[in-house]
Design a protein around this ligand. Structure first.
Ligand SMILES: Nc1ncnc2c1ncn2[C@@H]1O[C@H](COP(=O)(O)OP(=O)(O)OP(=O)(O)O)[C@@H](O)[C@H]1O
Length: 674
């Protein structure tokens, strides 16, 4: 890692400046160069094909445009909505996760092209395949705005998200006035005048048609939203409209949706005793199950087209979406398009978690002002009138219209011990503080094996550790004991699934001995060796699998986790059992084509899930993939116990100090006056 950095630094620094100017590259020569980068695996075939397509569309295109075309396509594949040209010229080595020879080749190529951002912009604007117009009906395939180059599709998504949100947060069309809310909020949260961010979040969410509630794990996002539902319901009841209030719950994954519904139902049942006059239990039943965003919007196989869109919007008044950090730009655009103007959208999520694998980091972009609050004097006054709380002046500012509809919950009720401290240190980029917490004595909440080999992960997976016993042995004990005479087959499957969900191994990488593929094989082999698993071919009883692609025919979705078990009766065929909330469902194993074994999974795929014991395995070498967000997300998946397994503490420290920011123009687009 250090080798790559120093190499690239030299090239982009003094050496780059001091070398004599290289001859200007021609487009055919550049295309050959791009082809060699593709063969080396640095660029995707798609990136090269797009660059070639641009060269065909505009035979007089400058080489700068052709290189930028390949790179903007490449950046999209890495989760960015656009390519910031100034970044390409000033810090190409941090922009691309390429090996040092790839970066050297890029820097050599850049040396043969224009050297200033101004000249690059000029070269790009000169082509008919680039438009500088924000108008959505302009057709060229590339859009250049404020120094950012976009693929048209992503530019359109960004513009749609920004304009829909601005339409919802702009203007003065408050849906509830402060005086009406005050007595209800006092009943729900009490009358204290000490700063209560949950009460404030609830008030702000009831105020308009869009709001964001962000906070770390256990800060009470669901607790607050359950009260918000009661508030909206009570408000509707006062107007005789409670029966007509249509509320829907959704989340990006099935697991997160099931968790949301469970927590909301539980919180509403608790509130029912506090508010006997309101039929909250009935409301919970009427809301129905929480759905995945795909299902809510009516995704269909083999088409990007959704059943619900601006022409056929969703028939709901309030939509609550949890785990919003996982919503990518395209999905957010589709979601906002499918809402009626009067629908209230409330996004819940942790802004510090990893963004979606797909392009965009929407929640992060929406929450840029959340830490500071930046409430205007008018918002401060409104909060005081609605909640009875005078917010400290430190939270006053001149934030955007969106900031006036955003609340950050700052006190964690569940994460107060060492795991919470570790998550906070990581989030603050304090690597030495985090190492100190990892080493400090504790009651078993935190474990750290350093200078480790992957076998350390396998040992943890087998039996757990001191203070956090169990491991995968727990679910295999239930499996190997077989169904008891008193319990149904489904009940047995539920016990196995629940026991399996108590622990999970999370990896930063997919490949290699420290990655998902290596560790899955090693753990599976060790379980077989101990005789705890009997592996016969690809499918065997007890094989945990993750679905890797939505399959509408069998009703399983990307990220769902199930376990293969023998079906009841004499039928030998294995079925894969899934837990959906409290329900157990199963699909014939032979019908599931896109699955992978799931003893170990990536941190990315673990978002929206929590495990009693989470083991995070870090590779022995640093990489651009290892970021603060990844480590934070891994740690916050742990409910009771967290174990870090690392070969080199420096890899952990480097990751904690490495913050990623996806290139996007959403933040700027949201500042536009509406
Ligand atoms: N103001 C409060 N008073 C008492 N208990 C609370 C309060 N706020 C939250 N809790 C409790 O703290 C726990 C965590 O709250 P909740 O599940 O709402 O947090 P969350 O932010 O949604 O968590 P996650 O990120 O895991 O989804 C719950 O048991 C909840 O009942």
């Amino acid at each position: 890692m250090s080798q790559r950095k120093s190499h690239a630094d030299t090239l982009s620094g003094d050496l780059f400046d001091s070398l004599p100017p290289a001859p200007q590259l021609t487009v055919p020569a550049l295309l050959l160069e791009l082809q060699s980068w593709t063969e080396a695996g640095w660029l995707r075939r798609l990136d090269l094909a797009f660059a070639r397509f641009m060269a065909e569309l505009d035979p007089s295109a400058a080489p700068e445009l052709i290189l930028a075309s390949a790179l903007v396509a490449h950046m999209e594949g890495r989760g960015h909505s656009c390519l910031v040209l100034a970044d390409l010229l000033t810090e190409p080595h941090t922009l691309l996760n390429w090996p040092s020879d790839g970066l050297t080749a890029l820097l050599q190529t850049l040396r043969q092209l224009a050297s200033s951002t101004h000249d690059w912009l000029h070269a790009l604007r000169a082509s008919a395949v680039v438009t500088a117009s924000a108008a959505l009906d302009a057709m060229p395939p590339l859009v250049l705005l404020d120094g950012r180059l976009y693929l048209r599709r992503y530019f359109d998504y960004e513009q749609r998200v920004a304009s829909q949100i601005l339409a919802r947060v702009g203007g003065a069309d408050e849906t509830a006035d402060a005086a009406t809310l005050r007595p209800l909020l006092d009943r729900l949260f009490g009358q204290s005048d000490t700063q209560d961010w949950q009460k404030i979040a609830c008030a702000l969410a009831a105020r308009g048609r869009f709001s964001v509630i962000t906070g770390g794990p256990g800060t009470g996002k669901t607790y607050t939203v359950a009260r918000l539902l009661a508030l909206l319901f009570a408000n509707a009841a006062q107007q005789g409209a409670a029966d007509r209030l249509r509320i829907a719950l959704a989340a990006p994954t099935g697991k997160a949706a099931a968790r949301l519904k469970q927590s909301i139902d539980k919180a509403l049942a608790g509130l029912q005793q506090q508010l006997p006059g309101l039929a909250l239990t009935e409301l919970a039943t009427r809301m129905g199950a929480a759905r995945t965003l795909h299902a809510l919007l009516g995704a269909r196989p083999d088409t990007r087209k959704l059943q619900h869109h601006a022409g056929n919007p969703l028939d709901i008044d309030v939509l609550i979406v949890d785990e919003a950090s996982m919503i990518h730009l395209e999905m957010m655009a589709a979601l906002l398009d499918a809402l009626q103007p009067h629908t209230t959208l409330i996004l819940l999520g942790d802004k510090d978690q990893l963004a979606s694998v797909e392009a965009g980091a929407v929640l992060g972009d929406l929450c840029r002002e959340a830490e500071a609050a930046a409430y205007t004097p008018q918002t401060m006054q409104w909060i005081a009138a609605a909640t009875g709380q005078q917010l400290d002046v430190q939270w006053q500012g001149h934030g955007s219209a969106l900031a006036q509809h955003t609340a950050m919950l700052r006190v964690s009720r569940r994460f107060s011990g060492p795991i919470g401290e570790l998550a906070r240190a990581v989030n603050a980029g304090d690597a030495s503080g985090a190492l100190h917490i990892l080493q400090a004595p504790n009651e078993g909440e935190i474990g750290w094996t350093n200078h480790a080999r992957p076998t350390a992960v396998v040992n943890l997976a087998l039996q757990g550790r001191d203070g956090a016993p169990g491991g995968y042995r727990s679910y295999l004990d239930v499996l190997n004991a077989g169904p008891t005479a008193h319990a149904s087959h489904d009940e047995w499957a539920r016990q196995i699934l629940t026991a399996f969900d108590r622990m999970r191994v999370l990896c930063a990488l997919r490949d290699g001995e420290w990655g998902v593929s290596g560790l899955n094989g090693a753990i599976e082999g060790a379980l077989v060796e101990r005789g705890w698993l009997r592996k016969r071919g690809e499918w065997y009883a007890g094989r945990p699998v993750m679905i890797t692609r939505n399959d509408y025919a069998t009703g399983v979705f990307n990220g769902d986790i199930g376990i293969a078990l023998p079906a009841p009766g004499r039928n030998e065929a294995l079925r894969v059992y899934f837990l959906e909330g409290d329900l157990v469902r199963s699909v014939l194993a032979s019908r599931l084509a896109d699955v992978e074994t799931a003893f170990a999974m990536t941190v990315h795929k673990s978002q929206g899930s929590e495990f009693e014991h989470t083991v995070l395995a870090l590779p022995d070498e640093g990489s651009q993939i290892l970021t603060r967000e990844l480590i934070y997300t891994g740690i916050t998946r742990a409910r009771l116990h967290f174990t870090l397994v690392s070969a080199d503490a420096r890899v952990f420290s480097a990751a904690v100090t490495h913050r990623t920011r996806r290139a996007s123009g959403l933040e700027q687009a949201l500042q536009r006056p509406h």
